[in-house]
Design a protein around this ligand. Structure first.
Ligand SMILES: [Zn+2]
Length: 173
């Protein structure tokens, strides 16, 4: 039976329990704006973000690329923002309180994850989970298949690798 993830941290010596989850408060595009610009062209809530870009508006929502941990019930989660077309964004917002499980939107991942460096933009399917859970992200496999996050997502990671990633993300080592 799948177990709960827990480990004694080699950085701080504490027991960390539960599958790790790390998130970004905003898309990188938003975080890089000045405070003035944020007020002028940006809008940010827990699950939605829009940024006016002069010619139009960019639309973002929060979602999770789940990375399975071998033998563990719950996946390793990275909370990132993805940009959607206006049509997809509006559809997601309209159905937010009565989500259609299994509905899929195309999006671009809009945060760079330091522990998963990758030099080209990440394309993804955003899959609605329903029950007011944030959607999950299934990354497209590129050609060449060199995105470490897409590889980990497809194959899952060992408990040791999950521990190492969690320690580095938690303690910035
Ligand atoms: Zn620790």
């Amino acid at each position: 039976m799948a177990a709960i993830f827990a480990f004694t941290c080699s950085c701080c010596g504490k027991l960390h329990e539960g599958s790790p989850s790390f998130g970004f408060r905003a898309p990188d595009h938003y975080s890089s704006l000045s405070e003035e610009q944020k007020l002028e062209v940006g809008s940010l809530s827990n699950d939605f973000c829009t940024i006016g870009n002069g010619e139009g508006t960019d639309f973002f929502i929060r979602a999770f690329p789940e990375v399975p941990i071998h033998g563990i019930e719950r996946p390793f989660l990275w909370g990132v923002w993805v940009s959607l077309s206006q049509k997809s964004f509006e559809r997601y917002r309209e159905t937010y309180n009565s989500q259609v499980e299994g509905e899929i939107f195309f999006g671009w991942v809009c945060n760079s994850i330091a522990l998963y460096p990758h030099h080209s933009p990440r394309r993804a399917d955003v899959v609605v989970k329903g029950d007011k859970c944030r959607p999950r992200i299934v990354l497209h496999r590129g050609d060449p298949n060199d995105d470490p996050l897409a590889i980990d997502q497809a194959h899952g990671i060992s408990i040791l690798r999950a521990q190492s990633l969690a320690e580095r993300a938690m303690h910035h080592v």
